[in-house]
Each structure stands twice: as structure tokens, then as C-alpha cells.
Design a protein around this ligand. Structure first.
Ligand SMILES: [Zn+2]
Length: 152
């Protein structure tokens, strides 16, 4: 299937065509060389955000012992997605280009962490803390890319 994505560069505004053949590689703007998000990696990060948002919205009426396993599984899946991202070649450039998304996920994690502390969901809380650690590593590594990637 010849599905392709378009992404407007944050730095110069050029509209870049991103062929599906890019796979999970890192990509740069054809106009200025700025990092662009790899669609397949961006998709996974967006999925993590959507899942955490969903959990955040439903947590109060969801927090019954019979739902605990489901909540833990949901969080474990997000943790697995985040844990596997660093193995993908385009991961750093995607996190650089989509740093707002990383921040948004971080805010969701912090909020859920605070709320889970008041529940009996201790396993879920532990998974969430691990998710937060992955995000912090990511947030620390990403600015380095900013300085090494530009030539000012
Ligand atoms: Zn550009």
C-alpha cells in the first residue's frame, strides 16, 4: 500500500512528504535538516498518550478491585511500548521533533501517579513510576540532540 504521511517542519514550515518506506528510521526536513517525527514512532507515542488519557478520565469509576488487573495490563502495555522505542533508529529524532507530546505524556503520568497514590493500586503505581522514569530519561537525552544537531 502506498500510504504516505505529510509533515510540516516546525523549524522552516516546509511540507515534507514522508514515504511509508521510511519505516522506523529517523528523518530530517528536506528544506532545513531539522528532525522530523517518524510516523510509525509518533503513532506509538500518540497511542501511549491516548491510553493514559483514557485511564485518567475513567480512573475514578474504574478503580474497583475487579478492574485492577485490567488497569495494570493497560499500564504494562504502555510501559512496554515506551521501553521498546529506544531500539528504533528514528526514536531520538522523533522525540526531538515531537517533544511537546513527550511533555504531555509526562504531565498525564505525574497526574495519574498522584491519584494512584490514594488508591489500592500499588502494582499499577509501580508500573507508572517506571513509565515516568523512561520519560525522564527521554527528556534528559532530547535537549542534547538540540545542541549537537544544530550548527550555531
Ligand atoms: Zn525544515
Amino acid at each position: 500500500m502506498g500510504s504516505e504521511d505529510f509533515y510540516r517542519c516546525d523549524a522552516c514550515g516546509k511540507r515534507n512528504r514522508i514515504p511509508a518506506a521510511v519505516g522506523v528510521r529517523g528523518i530530517r526536513c528536506g528544506g532545513c535538516g531539522h528532525a522530523l517525527p517518524t510516523p510509525k514512532i509518533l503513532e506509538r507515542l500518540s497511542q501511549v498518550k491516548t491510553e493514559l488519557q483514557d485511564l485518567s478520565v475513567r480512573l475514578r469509576r474504574f478503580d474497583y478491585p475487579r478492574n485492577h488487573t485490567e488497569i495494570e495490563r493497560k499500564l504494562s502495555r504502555q510501559k512496554a511500548i515506551l521501553a521498546n522505542l529506544p531500539d528504533l533508529p528514528g526514536y531520538r529524532m522523533t522525540s526531538h521533533a515531537s517533544f511537546d507530546l513527550i511533555i504531555e505524556i509526562g504531565v498525564l503520568v505525574d497526574d495519574l501517579e498522584r491519584r494512584l497514590q490514594r488508591t489500592a493500586l500499588k502494582v499499577a503505581l509501580r508500573i507508572l513510576v517506571e513509565i515516568g522514569q523512561f520519560l525522564r530519561i527521554l527528556a534528559v537525552e532530547t535537549p542534547r540532540l538540540l545542541t549537537s544537531g544544530s550548527d550555531d
